[in-house]
Design a protein around this ligand. Structure first.
Ligand SMILES: [Zn+2]
Length: 138
């Protein structure tokens, strides 16, 4: 009985696209509730729509790595275009690049963090466990 309820919950969660939920910053289970606390990059404890417990969600440092690599490449490309291609004064180009990095990184962190957690939930990702409950090496 409990397994059927668990399976039903999983089926419902799989109807929500993890990429859509992540991009919009929504709950990975229902796709409706907010994923982040207001004006923050912190994950909520529970979904305010379906009550799904988000405390187990742990994207680690994965989102930061993606954002550093992608924003670094974008900032370098924009710098080459603004200074090398458009001959913009360096102080103005640096101001534009700084704003791009600041706001772009915050936006991308929200998207990547929510998407990684949604993908973990969608694929039932968790630490490995032995099925028979005993450690075979012991
Ligand atoms: Zn929800």
């Amino acid at each position: 009985m409990q397994n059927k309820e668990k399976e039903a919950g999983r089926e419902q969660s799989r109807s929500v696209s993890p990429y859509r939920a992540g991009f919009l910053g929504r709950c990975p289970k229902c796709g409706e509730g907010a994923f982040f606390k207001p004006m923050s990059l912190d994950i909520r404890d529970t979904c305010d729509v379906c009550g799904f417990d988000l405390r187990a969600a742990d994207p680690g440092d994965g989102a930061q790595v993606f954002v550093i690599l992608i924003m670094g490449a974008i900032a370098a490309l924009v710098g080459f275009i603004l200074i090398g291609g458009m001959h913009m004064p360096p102080w103005l180009a640096m101001t534009i690049i700084f704003a791009l990095i600041l706001f772009g990184s915050i936006w991308m962190l929200r998207v990547f963090k929510a998407t990684l957690v949604a993908l973990q939930f969608h694929h039932d990702a968790a630490e490995g466990r032995l099925t028979d409950g005993e450690d075979k090496d012991a």
